[in-house]
Design a protein around this ligand. Structure first.
Ligand code: TXA
Ligand code: MG
Length: 358
């Protein structure tokens, strides 16, 4: 769809269940015509285009400023559509799909012919998932096409969990955003490569490693090392796993270690930075916000410590502190079990690949 770069992005409000239907139909028509539509999924907002239309998919890379070497996930309305986008579907893919779809799991499969090579960055594999959000499912059903969609943020920036976040990054660069309210999971899908033996998690996410192990006991966890240090075949396998990603504009320091030690180091760093005159923000569970009460620190509360709630609030918290023009943002990791592993991965990358060990 030819569009002037200055045209404003249409904001279509929908309920979390995808009503009114007219809004979904309008967004679906834009997708079918080769346009760009941002839409809510249960993880983060995606920026969608027709996965069979190379020109449309190129528009995604252009709008985001994303390098064309980083492949996109194809979103499907139902698992039965897998054979139409994948070259072959192994039995384990069906088994995983039955257990975890619709949901935050992306399966890497051999690429099928129908998908534009722009989607797969010229590679011979394709990532597919059926998202769990009713708005995403209604859009996919109505459009009747596979939809390529990365997170709807500018390249390397924090992923969006509300329509306002999408507009902050992409207003006037995309045709439309379906505003269906905030996302429930808050971190992206788990990316699982089924073309490797044994299968490997390339990116931890909304479906935990522990949950995958119940069906895939030999699944490999994400590579702990940096892509630079990782074996070359893994760099090729996980092309988008850059060291700096999901990042706020402010300098971010993430402490890693025992809980008490992390909090102590965080408070100390906050004291030093505020004494220097820095504007300091912190992202911490409710009880830790108390420990910062005496300092002039803007503390964003992440809830009572439940990992699902922390995941849901994390990206919005980073963006809120950026909006308040902080010089420095302080936070820490939340273990490595369950959703803690995805949080650990995102926080480390948001901080440019480094954790402050305590
Ligand atoms: O939850 C999500 O996955 C969200 C929503 C919108 O579905 N999408 C998302 O897309 O996070 P994106 O593009 O921001 O991240 C997709 C990740 C990238 O790291 C990319 O490199 C990887 O998945 N990926 C996609 N296709 C791949 C493939 N064929 N092989 C290896 N990695 C792939
Ligand atoms: Mg992304």
């Amino acid at each position: 769809m030819a569009r002037s770069p200055r045209r404003r992005t249409a904001v279509l409000k929908v309920s979390s269940q995808g009503e009114p239907v007219a809004a979904i139909e309008r967004a679906a028509a834009i997708l079918r015509a080769g346009g760009l539509v941002a839409f809510p999924t249960e993880t983060v907002y995606g920026l969608g285009a027709d996965a069979t239309n190379s020109a449309a998919v190129l528009g995604i890379f252009k709008a985001k400023g994303r390098p064309r070497s980083d492949p996109l996930i194809v979103h499907l309305a139902a698992m039965d559509h897998m054979p139409s986008v994948a070259g072959s579907v192994p039995p384990i893919a069906w088994k995983l799909a039955r257990r975890f779809w619709p949901g935050p799991l992306t399966l890497i499969l051999p690429r099928g012919e129908a998908i534009s090579p722009v989607v797969t960055a010229g590679g011979d594999t394709v990532g597919v998932r059926v998202p769990a959000h009713p708005v995403a499912l209604a859009l996919l059903h109505t459009a009747g096409i596979p939809v390529a969609a990365p997170s709807a943020n500018r390249f390397m920036h924090t992923s969006p969990t509300t329509a306002a976040h999408v507009l902050a990054d992409l207003d006037s660069r995309i045709d439309c955003v379906l505003d269906g309210g905030p996302c429930a999971v808050g971190v992206e899908s788990t990316v699982l490569d089924l073309t490797m033996q044994p299968p490997r998690v390339l990116r931890p996410g909304g479906v935990t490693l522990e949950a995958l192990r119940t069906l895939l006991p030999d699944v490999q966890g994400p590579s702990d090392s940096t892509p630079r240090a990782a074996p070359p075949e893994l760099v090729v396998r996980a092309p988008g796993q850059m060291e700096r990603h999901y990042a706020p504009r402010a300098r971010l320091v993430v402490f890693d270690g025992e809980r008490e030690a992390m909090l102590e180091a965080l408070v100390e760093e906050a004291q030093e930075a505020t004494a220097r005159g820095d504007r300091v923000g912190a992202l911490v569970p409710d009880d830790e916000a108390e420990a910062l009460a005496g300092l002039s620190v803007v503390a964003i509360r992440l809830g009572a410590g439940d990992l699902a709630e922390i995941s849901r609030r994390l990206y919005a918290g980073l963006r809120a502190l950026d909006e308040q023009r902080m010089d420095l943002i302080l936070t820490h990791t939340f273990g490595r079990t369950g959703l803690g592993l995805a949080l650990w991965d995102r926080l480390r990358r948001a901080a440019g690949g480094r954790l402050r060990e305590v």
